[in-house]
Design a protein around this ligand. Structure first.
Ligand SMILES: Nc1ncnc2c1ncn2[C@@H]1O[C@H](COP(=O)(O)OP(=O)(O)O)[C@@H](O)[C@H]1O
Ligand SMILES: [Mg+2]
Length: 346
């Protein structure tokens, strides 16, 4: 009887506990060998030999000997987010509870400052409805496509991508949620980001679905929350912090933008909105305070001219403020010592 012949063949090999199952039915034989994953290569010749021998038995039309590793706890499948940006070491988001607080200004200058510090830096403008990168970086070209992937544009030592490079502003304005998510996903996966130490994402304003999805898709290392002194009072920054806590993205810290007015003529410093609130709020929320950026005409002007102040006046007060923030962020990028768990995907 065929089954006896099969057992006789298997017995020769002293498979012991490795033999996990034998099924024979109308000349079709399947043998399962339970092994450790790392033993597979070493045991392959044995597997092939048994398979050949079983196939040669009279009455056997087809024999398959397969490995299984199910007796061990299988390692979790690689999550797609881990592979979505294969060459990128860290992804950080610059976010805020609402628009107009200087999120893009901070994102751009943070990226340029990190690049000046010697890191390979990318910058993704994820603000589909109000992209700022084309203006702030003075870029109006369309990205080239190579091997089916878009090449980022380079400005001030930073690799940049924005929906504003791709479509007219009015086009994206009418997109609904799913199209926005689709466009963002493409800007993550269909762009040849290359090897980056850090990709900085200028997040859309607010704390809605798009922000949450992006936070999860991009496997964020952490988030930088930008706030003005007024927003602190209005609790907008707190909402931003809450959002990232919800998706278990560590908050790297809070930047207080337009913190104080620094008079370009006499260097007199005026706390227009009562500065210092962000530091107190950061302490209350238990997140680091990354620094304060002055309200300076030159920051807006250079932003509008496409030459961020960290690049156009690197020795100035404003650039110094951004460099200090970048220094703290760079330190955090080095280690894993960020408070809070990394992102978890449901
Ligand atoms: N520290 C600052 N000093 C002066 N102007 C600033 C400063 N930060 C931002 N701005 C200006 O405020 C406006 C809004 O800033 P932006 O970065 O576009 O904000 P958001 O991305 O949060 O909407 C821009 O015109 C910008 O140049
Ligand atoms: Mg913006």
């Amino acid at each position: 009887m065929t089954e006896e012949k099969i057992r006789a063949v298997l017995a020769k090999y002293n498979l012991g506990k490795m033999l996990d199952g034998v099924h024979a039915h109308e000349g079709l034989v399947q043998v399962t060998l339970a092994i450790k994953r790392e033993e597979a290569a070493q045991l392959e010749p044995l597997r092939a030999k048994i398979e050949a021998e079983l196939s040669a038995l009279a009455g056997v039309k087809n024999a398959a000997v397969v490995f299984t590793a199910h007796r061990e706890a299988a390692p979790p499948p690689p999550s797609p987010v881990a592979n979505i940006l294969p060459g990128v070491k860290r992804v950080i988001a610059v976010a805020s509870g609402k628009g107009g607080v200087g999120k893009s200004t901070v994102a751009v200058n943070l990226a340029v400052a990190l690049a000046r510090g010697g890191l390979q830096v990318g910058l993704l403008d994820a603000d589909i409805y109000g992209p700022s990168l084309p203006r702030m970086l003075g870029l109006a070209r369309k990205p080239e496509v190579k091997d089916g992937k878009m090449l980022p544009l380079h400005a001030w030592g930073v690799a940049c991508m924005s929906i504003g490079f791709l479509v007219e502003e009015e086009t994206a304005m009418v997109w609904r949620g799913p199209m926005v998510i689709g466009a963002l996903t493409q800007m993550l996966t269909q762009v040849e980001w290359g090897a980056l130490d850090v990709l900085v994402i200028d997040m859309p304003p607010g704390t809605g679905d798009v922000q949450l999805t992006l936070a999860q898709k991009a496997a964020l290392f952490g988030a930088v929350i930008v706030s003005t002194p007024q927003d602190i009072a209005l609790l907008d920054a707190r909402r931003g912090v809450k959002m990232f806590e919800q998706v278990r993205v560590p908050v790297l810290g809070i930047v207080e933008n337009m913190s104080y007015f620094s008079c370009p003529n006499c260097n007199h410093r005026t706390d227009v909105f009562g500065h210092g609130g962000a530091q107190a709020e950061a302490a209350r929320l238990g997140v680091p305070f990354l620094g304060e950026v002055p309200l300076l005409l030159a920051i807006r002007e250079t932003g509008d001219e496409g030459a961020p102040i960290t690049a156009s006046d690197p020795g100035g007060e404003a650039a110094g403020a951004f460099m200090a923030v970048a220094g703290r962020v760079a330190e955090m990028l080095q280690g894993a010592a960020v408070a809070g768990p990394k992102i978890s995907i449901e």
